[in-house]
Write a protein of this length. Structure first.
Length: 345
C-alpha cells in the first residue's frame, strides 16, 4: 500500500510550492524499443521505470482531453504511448515501483491513495475546470483501487478496457462506459508472449544447477548434469501451452497434474523401452521433474494475468516446501549414484 494517505482537501497543504509540477509531453526514442525488448525477455524481474507524474500526447497540454491512469512500468507506458500517440490524451503515471498494472494492484501499490498522491502534486486546475476530476482506470487495476475512496475525493473514475489495443475504439464512444464485463482471456497469444521470459528464467536457473552438477560429475562421473536444461525447456513449453486445459484454477495443482502425466510417460519409457538407464538415474529425473514443475508453476503466477495475489501466497506457503523436498530428494539420489559409481570403479 502507499506509505502515506492523503486526500484532495488536505493534500495540497502538505506539499510545498516547490513540489508543484507541470505536465510533460510523453515521448519515446529508439533506445526505448530496445528497453521494451529487454523488459519482455526479462519480465520476471524489474527493469525500467517511467518517472511518475502527469503527461500528455499531442502538441500541447489540453485540459479538456481524456485523462488515463497507468503504472510506471516502462513497457506499459510505452505500449500506451504507441497506441495513443496520434491522439491528444493525458496520462497520469503513478508510482507502482516499476511493477505492471495487474501485479501492482494485487500488491496494493496501484491504489486510490497513490492516484490521489500524484494528483496532489499538481494544481487542481491542471486537471479540471469543475469541482470533479474525471479519469479512466485500467480494468486490471480494480483489485487494488478503492473506487469509493476516489469518489470521496471528488474523483469520478470510469473503468476502461482490459487490453490497451481496445482503447482507441473505447475513446471514440462517448459518454465513456464502464467495462466491468471485460475479461482477461489469457489466450494462446497472451501465453506465447509469456513463453520467452519464462524460458529465459528457467534456463538461467537450470544452467546454474547444471554447472554445479557438472562439477559433481567431474569427481564422481554420474553422467547427469546437462539433461536438466532440456527438461526445464520442456516443462515451460508444456505448462504454458496446455495451461487452460490443465485441471484446477490453482497454478500448483495444474503443475501437479502435468507432473503426473509426464511421470507416467517417463516411467513407461523407463520400464519398457530403456534398459540402459539405472534406477538411481530414473529416481533423480523423477524427483527433479516434480520439483522443477512445481517451482515453475509457482513462478508463473507472476507472468499470468489470471492469478490472485492472496491465493498465490497460500500456494507458495503450501507447495514451495514440496518443491524443495523434491529437489533435495533428487540431489540425495545423485549423491548416492556418485558414491555407488565411484565404489564400483
Amino acid at each position: 500500500m502507499s506509505e502515506s494517505k492523503c486526500c484532495s482537501s488536505c493534500g495540497p497543504s502538505l506539499i510545498s510550492l516547490n513540489d508543484i509540477k507541470l505536465p510533460k509531453r510523453l515521448s519515446f526514442g529508439i533506445i526505448d524499443y530496445f528497453k521494451v525488448i529487454y523488459s519482455w525477455i526479462f519480465a520476471f524481474r524489474r527493469t525500467f521505470i517511467i518517472k511518475p507524474g502527469l503527461y500528455f500526447t499531442g502538441d500541447k497540454y489540453d485540459i479538456n482531453t481524456t485523462l488515463l491512469v497507468t503504472c510506471n512500468y516502462h513497457m506499459t507506458v510505452f505500449v500506451l504511448w504507441r497506441i495513443l500517440k496520434s491522439r491528444n490524451v493525458r496520462i497520469l503515471v503513478i508510482d507502482t515501483e516499476g511493477i505492471n498494472v495487474w501485479c501492482s494492484s494485487g500488491k496494493g501499490k496501484f491504489s486510490a491513495d497513490e492516484i490521489i498522491k500524484q494528483i496532489n502534486r499538481y494544481n487542481k486546475r491542471m486537471f479540471t475546470e469543475t469541482d470533479t476530476i474525471d479519469l479512466i482506470l485500467p480494468k486490471l487495476s480494480l483489485s487494488g483501487v478503492s473506487i469509493a475512496e476516489l469518489r470521496k475525493n471528488s474523483i469520478h473514475p470510469k473503468i476502461g478496457p482490459v487490453y490497451a489495443k481496445d482503447l482507441p475504439q473505447y475513446l471514440e464512444d462517448k459518454p465513456f462506459k464502464n467495462c466491468n464485463d471485460h475479461k482477461f482471456m489469457f489466450s494462446l497469444k497472451d501465453r506465447i508472449f509469456t513463453l520467452i521470459p519464462s524460458l529465459f528464467q528457467m534456463i538461467k536457473y537450470s544452467v546454474y544447477i547444471s554447472a554445479v552438477l557438472f562439477i559433481w560429475n567431474y569427481f564422481f562421473n554420474t553422467g547427469l548434469y546437462w539433461q536438466i536444461i532440456p527438461m526445464a525447456i520442456l516443462i515451460v513449453i508444456l505448462y504454458v501451452i496446455f495451461f487452460p486445459v490443465l485441471p484446477s484454477k490453482r497454478f500448483s495443482v495444474k503443475g501437479l497434474f502435468l507432473y503426473g502425466i509426464l511421470a507416467v510417460i517417463f516411467s513407461v519409457y523407463y520400464f519398457i523401452f530403456n534398459n540402459k538407464l539405472d534406477i538411481l538415474s530414473y529416481l533423480f529425473f523423477l524427483f527433479f521433474l516434480g520439483g522443477g514443475i512445481l517451482f515453475f508453476s509457482l513462478s508463473y503466477t507472476g507472468n499470468s494475468g489470471v492469478s490472485n495475489y492472496s491465493l498465490v501466497k497460500k500456494e507458495i506457503i503450501r507447495y514451495l516446501p514440496v518443491a524443495v523436498v523434491l529437489f533435495l530428494a533428487s540431489m540425495v539420489t545423485l549423491i548416492i549414484k556418485g558414491v555407488v559409481m565411484t565404489g564400483s570403479n
